[in-house]
Design a binder for this molecule. Structure first.
Ligand SMILES: [Zn+2]
Length: 745
């Protein structure tokens, strides 16, 4: 489809029988969200629909095991899944659920239409039946040995070990998943959808018409079609699900894979009165994002159903991802070998974009991939912090230092090859990212964006405006290069300070022009980075907008590639750190948590007991001296000059979070909002204050105290405390709450 009028993007409906893990995100929700955010930035007409799949056997089995009703199961997990999706920035236009009335009506009507057209075969067959629980055993109600790979715990519909699609009769030594009983055969009637009748249509539409689909998807579909399709029952014996809308169908419901994809239609109906535009008009581009285990349902069965119905468009693409393994092993929810999204959000508050980044950079787009916590840390520290964040931070610090906090002029008369090269890189990157996103190559697109920030760093390093400025200020002084980058870049890893002099000295006005050009272009590059990173890391893009004091409109995709996005003379805010370093302690905590299976019940709020951590905390770090006690001397100290006092940068901040530092009785790790950034400060006040009691309190911070590491945590400042005669500590703070970042003198 060359130029669709509108887009309908769906992401697989997760079963509401457990929380979502990072494999779900990497598989379909994140790529779908990136694609949708990109389309929205292009001002295209797009709807992004999803929801919980609340029918199906896993839900009834969990309800039986927990002794609650299926409705209670889905209510609990639908809420949790929806919340996790929202917190990770998955920007559904609607996140619905298949237990909704509108869905029951839509799916029933769909079934009835096919029935009335004579599209089903009605068959009575013998099926496995568990006499002890009086249940027919289809799908996951029945377990047995896989005839293909010998896995003793294969399900009646699929072997999770080898991926084979199965039917219950194929299982060796079948047993009931409900009672372990050996099942008997019993007659039952069902409605079958003759997929074989749609083979010619599917071969033409898919194998001939969609050769552009991803290899992994196309290949799986081709193998299904080459092996020949068969009739498949579209109903089940159960009380949980959508009742078969026929008079002689008591105790029967629609097969979950019949009703679930219709959930996309129902959700669109809930979202907009114009739903039919998105589902029935040929100039709609329908794209299904799914994981590889759903390929057959979205590429074979659902399109055949849509074709049989006749009123609906077919998917234009189904960019399914493969699986994401964790630390070298397959995700297993039963073994709790998973990284749960709601737990990640709790453990790494404010780091949602970091997870989005790592999952995209490491996405299983063409083959199964592996998530490791070490890689998570490395990508954060050496890519987000050291490359992207470093470039933006240096640009901002230098612009404030050398250009008075305003966007300097671009002097076209002295543009050199390096300037022109950067301008060209900005334009080219936009084109590349765009074409990669159109082809669903999200990893490669993200690499291009990071690479552009790497080019920005290189450009700045070559232009070295801080050296030019020093020369300008004192032409005869020798320049100590190591100390002269005001962005203090040496504290950021990956930044080289020992570079040789490359630029000949420039005189007066020329020198200022050179500084202007460098910072002007770096600022325009930052604006471009915000636009380009926005589909991937929306929170980060939002922070960048704040620093630039511009509105969302700047993120319009059409602005990318331009170098006139920030007006000359416009004053910009103080820098804000975009990413924080992730410490090795945080990583070993997570690895241990995973290995100890600490949150054994993967339900809400499974947390790790601190005791379980002890083993992982093999302390290799050097013993740090105790924290300096806050100034507390009745003794007269030596007199100092005002200038000495003035060197201390005191600022008011608010404690936004506080937590105990492991194995350090006195220490609390505080996050303090200083208005322009949030700082980590380690403070020796744990004996006097509980973490939960001090969140929200204002404090005075020594903001320019050199960073130091305590228990492996880098502390960036110190809070002022007064100690009374008994040695009890009290906060020193303004009498009333004032703006964070206010100076104290
Ligand atoms: Zn198998």
């Amino acid at each position: 489809m060359i130029d669709p009028k509108r887009y309908l993007v769906t992401a697989a409906l997760p079963y509401a029988n457990g929380p979502v893990h990072i494999g779900h995100l990497a598989g379909c929700y994140l790529p779908a969200d990136i694609y949708v955010r990109y389309l929205r930035a292009q001002k295209r007409d797009v709807k992004f629909v999803g929801g919980s799949d609340e029918h199906g056997v896993p839900i009834t089995i969990r309800a039986l095991k927990e002794g609650i009703t299926p409705q209670q199961v889905v209510d609990r997990y639908h809420a949790l899944i929806k919340e996790s999706m929202g917190q990770m920035g998955i920007s559904f236009d609607i996140y619905s659920r298949t237990s909704n009335k509108v869905h029951h009506e839509t799916a029933s009507a769909f079934f009835k239409t096919l029935y009335d057209k004579g599209m089903f075969e009605e068959k009575e067959t013998e099926q496995y039946y568990d006499e002890s629980t009086q249940t027919f055993l289809a799908d996951r109600y029945i377990i047995g040995t896989c005839p293909v790979c010998g896995n003793p715990n294969a399900y009646g519909d699929q072997c999770e070990k080898c991926g084979s699609s199965l039917s219950p009769e194929q299982l060796i030594n079948p047993r009931s998943a409900l009672s372990d009983a050996v099942p008997v055969q019993k007659k039952t009637k069902h409605w079958y959808f003759p997929l074989q009748n749609y083979e010619p249509f599917l071969k033409e539409w898919l194998l001939e018409g969609h050769k552009e689909w991803k290899n992994n998807v196309y290949g799986q579909c081709k193998s299904w079609l080459d092996n020949g399709l068969h009739s498949r029952a579209m109903t089940r014996d159960s009380n949980w699900g959508i009742k078969v809308p026929l008079p002689d169908a008591e105790g029967k419901v629609l097969y979950v894979w019949f009703d679930a994809p219709i959930g996309y239609i129902s959700a669109t109906k809930e979202l907009t009165q114009n739903w039919a535009d998105y589902w029935c008009k040929d100039d709609t581009k329908l794209v299904h994002f799914i994981g590889k285990d759903n390929i057959v349902f979205h590429c074979i069965i659902f399109p055949a159903m849509l074709k049989a119905h006749g009123n609906f468009v077919l998917p234009e693409n189904v960019p399914a991802n493969e699986f994401l393994n964790i630390e070298g092993e397959k995700v297993s929810t039963s073994r709790n070998w998973a990284v749960w999204v709601h737990e990640y959000i709790k453990d790494f508050p404010g780091c949602e974009d970091v997870l989005r980044y790592v999952l995209c950079a490491n996405a299983p787009e063409t083959k199964d991939n592996d998530f490791t916590w070490k890689d998570f840390q490395d990508r954060n520290n050496s890519e987000l912090v050291s490359i992207f964040g470093n470039f933006v931070n240096r640009t901002w610090v230098l612009m404030h230092k050398l250009c008075g906090g305003k966007v300097p002029k671009l002097h076209e008369d002295i543009l050199d090859e390096k300037d022109k090269g950067l301008i060209e890189d900005i334009a080219k990157t936009k084109e590349k990212v765009e074409s990669l996103l159109e082809e669903f190559k999200f990893r490669d697109a993200l690499f291009e964006v990071i690479d552009l920030s790497r080019k920005g760093n290189k450009y700045m390093q070559e232009k070295e405006p801080w050296i030019v400025a020093k020369k300008l200020a004192s032409p005869n002084l020798p320049i100590h290069r190591e100390a002269s980058d005001p962005a203090n870049a040496e504290s950021l890893p990956g930044y080289e300070t020992a570079y040789p002099a490359k630029n000949p000295p420039l005189e007066g006005r020329e020198a200022q022009k050179s500084i202007d050009n460098c910072l002007h272009l770096c600022l325009q590059l930052t604006a471009n980075l915000a636009i380009l990173i926005n589909p991937f890391l929306p929170t980060t893009a939002g922070k960048m907008l704040g620093m630039m004091k511009v509105v969302d409109k700047m993120l319009d995709w059409k602005n990318a590639g331009k170098i006139n996005l920030l007006s000359v003379g416009y004053s910009l805010r103080e820098p804000q750190l975009l990413f924080r370093k992730i410490e090795s302690e945080e990583i070993s905590f997570q690895v241990e948590k995973l290995k100890s299976g600490a949150s054994l019940n993967p339900s809400i709020g499974g947390t790790l007991e601190p005791a379980k951590l002890e083993d992982s905390k093999k302390s290799t770090e050097t013993k740090n001296p105790p924290l300096p006690v806050p100034i507390n001397s009745g003794e007269g100290k030596e007199a100092i000059q005002f200038d000495d006092f003035a060197k201390i940068d005191l600022k008011v901040g608010t404690i936004v979070s506080a937590e105990k530092v492991e194995k350090a009785d006195k220490l609390l790790k505080l996050q303090i909002d200083l208005g322009f950034e949030v700082r980590t400060v380690v403070s020796g006040i744990a004996l006097d204050f509980k973490p939960e009691d001090i969140v929200g309190k204002q404090v005075v911070v020594v903001a320019n105290l050199a960073p130091r590491k305590m228990r492996g945590i880098e502390s960036n400042g110190m809070i002022l405390m007064a100690a009374d005669k008994a040695g009890k500590l009290h906060f020193v703070k303004p009498e009333t709450v004032i703006d964070n970042g206010s100076g104290v003198s």
